[in-house]
Structures are given as C-alpha cells and as structure tokens.
Design a protein around this ligand. Structure first.
Ligand code: APR
Ligand code: PHB
Length: 389
C-alpha cells in the first residue's frame, strides 16, 4: 500500500490534517490505535478561538458548529469574594466559541467517512521507519496481520504518549517541561450552568472553573491533589468543595445533580523542539502540552495543522520545500506564546502551597493589577481569544 502522507493518530489534529489534505487532492491514510467510540469517549475542553472556528469552517466542517455553538463575549474571574468580568468584545472586538472538542472530533470523523478517506482503526504496534531518508514507511498489525504503508511524509498526530516523537533520535530533539504540583478534577452534569459565561475562580482552597457544554449541561473543574482518585470524590463532596471556592452569592447559584463523567487529569507544560525530523512532522499534543487553564490545547493543535497542511499543499502544488522547511519554526513561535499564556493563567489562579506567603501576595497583586488596568485586561483578552495567525 502507498499514499502521499501517512498520519498517525485520529484525534482532532490527525483528522483535521486529513480533511485539509484530502480537500487539496493529497491522499493521506490515518492510522489510529483505538476504536472510533473510544476516541469519542474522551471529554476534553470546549473553548474555540475565532481562528479555530474559521479554520474548521474553511475545511468544510463548520456546519453543525455554526448552528450549535455558544458565542461568549467575555469571561468572569472570581477572587477575594468578588466576580470581575473581562469583556473580550469591548476590549478587542473579538469573541470565543463554546463547543465541545469531542463534538469537533465527531464532525471531523463524519466528514472523513462521507468523503471516503481511508482510516485504519485499531492499528496495533504502529512503527515509523526510514524517517531520515527519502522513502519512509509505516508498519502496523491488525487482527494478527502485519501491514506496510509506503509514503512521502509522516505526520505524527498521536498525542503526548504516541510513537512519533519517540521515533526521533534523542540527539535530534530537545524537550522543555514543567509539571505542576496539582491536578484538575472534572465533572460533567446535566444541570443548568451557573452563568451564561465561564467563571474562573481563585480561592485560598484552590482553583475552580465553571464551564458548560450547552444550556442544560455544565462542565466544572476543581484543583485537587495529583494523588487523588476519582473514587475519593463523591458527587456530594465535589459539589460542596466547588461551592466553597466561589463567592457566596455565586455558590448559591450552582445547580447540582448526578455526575455523568468524572475524571482527574494532571497539569503539565511541555514542548519538543524542533517539530520536524527528516520526513516526520509533529503536530498537536505529540509536540506540546499546555495546562488547560487557558483552553489552548485544541486551538494550538489547529494552528499546527493549518501550517502543516499549507506546507504540504505547497510541496505538492509547487514542488517547493520552503513551507515544510519553515514549518517547525513557524509553529513554535505560536506554540511558545500559548505556552506562556497557559502557564501564566495557571500560576495566577491556582494555589501553590510551596510558593508560601510571598507567592500568595504576588498572586493577589497580579489579580488586583489585572482588574485595575485596562492594558492588563486587554492583554488577557488578546491571548484568550487567540493571537492572530
Ligand atoms: N498509534 C496510533 N495512534 C495512536 C498511537 C499509536 N502508537 N498513540 C496514540 N494514538 C492516537 C490516540 O489514540 C489518539 O486518538 O493518537 C490520537 C491523539 O489524539 P489527541 O491525544 O487528542 O491529540 P491531538 O489530536 O493532537 O489533540 C490536540 O485536542 O483533544 C484535544 O487534549 C487534546 O487539546 C488537545 C488537542
Ligand atoms: C471546558 O469547558 O472543558 C474548559 C473550558 C475552559 C478551560 C478549560 C476547560 O480553560
């Protein structure tokens, strides 16, 4: 079997790349380790930048998104008993879209199936070969049978724990990492959201976030210990703790009900440089991770894929390597700005016990300044809605 681009991973990165390449007439095969249901079972963040929405729409997967999305003009930040509002629209004339990433994945899967582009699910032991030469190939096993796919290029869209980044020799890649001393406990419940917009809360008991998936479905998170287990957090304990981290009159507005999903995720900042080795390109979580506080994970992946698709299309249409040679540096410039913003939002809003009282005073000063300064609010707004392409 042969194709032009082999894509490893059918998360949002791999599926969007496949969609963009397919529409440009480039034949790409996606290899995914799990089943479609497994991929769709992962609950992920839900805030899309305007540039992300435009990219999805231009790729032909914006129809349901445009119909069902919630547009948010701003967000709220609670601290020291008060709730402040950052009005993105008023400050910089832009908004964000709330639409679950799982739904983005579902739309991309449906478009791929409708176009008849090939995807191999349950591909075991995917192996990347010859990535530093002119003729790479990919191997895998399915139902006990070994397969081989020859290609021109490989896109590693297989997430943080994938095989693509690991296939790059250690001497050819540098990684940068910060692991945070806490995790997020997320709960999904069919209850009315606390507000029409998201509420990020800083409290002495730790961070909390009130988000949503629709008018009758809420998504809440609280900072918890990395070692905590879901089983230790009964629904009652979760709702009590969430309310204790919000100002009183907001706590009273929290509608409670049985959780339909509950999961704990560690927080990490991570970047691998460069995002290319020979004929292998990394995109999305395979190359970088952000803590979810700035809601940048999917948006960054879409940025990478946009640049990579452009570069590969240029390669085939104009027989030019300029785009693929510039891909890593171009993507990393955008990645590091989102890394900085996500790290800053995380540092601003969480409780860091080891930072001591000095750290807490600095946090308070940072938050005070944010709400006293239009320049500071504008900087937050500009980054949150997404820096320009
Ligand atoms: N072989 C084949 N597929 C693999 C392998 C492997 N060895 N390892 C991982 N995969 C698959 C995973 O099963 C997953 O479906 O690659 C996919 C990677 O998807 P994501 O982890 O969602 O990464 P990405 O597509 O880059 O997503 C970027 O969207 O879903 C969010 O949190 C995610 O914010 C991030 C963004
Ligand atoms: C979510 O809705 O899941 C969500 C929203 C904003 C974030 C993180 C997660 O910063």
């Amino acid at each position: 079997m042969r194709c032009q681009v082999a894509i490893v991973g059918a998360g949002p990165s791999g599926l969007l790349l496949g969609q963009m390449l397919g529409r440009a007439g480039i034949d790409a095969v996606i290899l995914e380790r799990k089943t479609p249901d497994y991929v769709l079972g992962r609950v992920r963040a839900g805030v899309l930048e305007q540039g992300t929405v435009e990219t999805l729409a231009a790729a032909g997967v914006g129809e349901r998104l445009m119909r069902e999305r919630l547009i948010h003009d701003g967000t709220r930040i609670a601290f020291a008993g008060r709730v402040h509002r950052i009005d993105f629209n008023e400050l910089i004339g832009k908004t964000v879209t709330v639409y679950g990433q799982t739904e983005v994945t579902r739309d991309l899967m449906a478009a791929r199936a409708a176009a008849g582009y090939p995807t191999v699910y349950e591909a075991e032991d995917v192996g990347l070969h010859g990535i530093d030469g002119a003729k790479p190939h990919v191997t895998w096993r399915k139902e006990g049978i070994e397969h081989r796919l020859d290609c021109d290029y490989i896109a590693g869209c297989d997430g943080f724990h994938g095989v693509a980044r690991a296939a790059i020799p250690a001497a050819a890649i540098r990684t940068f990492e910060r692991v945070y001393p806490f995790a997020w406990l997320g709960v999904l419940a069919d209850v009315k959201p606390i507000d029409e917009e998201l509420v990020y809360a800083h409290s002495p008991r730790g961070f909390a976030l009130c988000s949503m998936r629709g008018p009758a479905r809420s998504r809440y998170y609280i900072q918890c210990a990395t070692a905590d287990l879901e089983a230790q957090w009964t629904d009652d304990r979760f709702w009590d703790e969430l309310r204790r981290r919000l100002p009183e009159e907001w706590a009273a507005k929290v509608a409670t009900g049985p959780s339909i999903e509950k999961s704990i995720a560690p927080l990490r900042s991570f970047v691998a440089e460069p995002m290319r080795f020979g004929r292998l390109f990394l995109a999305g979580d395979a190359a970088h991770i952000v803590p979810p506080t700035g809601a940048k994970g999917l948006n960054l992946a879409v940025g990478d894929v946009r640049y990579l698709a452009e570069a590969l299309i240029e390669r085939y249409a104009e027989n030019s390597d300029a785009g693929i040679d510039g891909y890593s540096a171009r993507a990393l410039r955008r990645v590091w700005k989102a890394e900085r913003f996500s790290w800053w939002m995380t540092t601003l809003l969480h409780d860091f016990p080891e930072g001591g009282e000095f750290g807490r005073r600095i946090q308070t000063a940072d938050l005070d300044y944010l709400f006293e300064s239009r320049a500071a609010m504008t900087a937050l707004a500009e980054n949150y809605v997404g820096l320009p392409y």
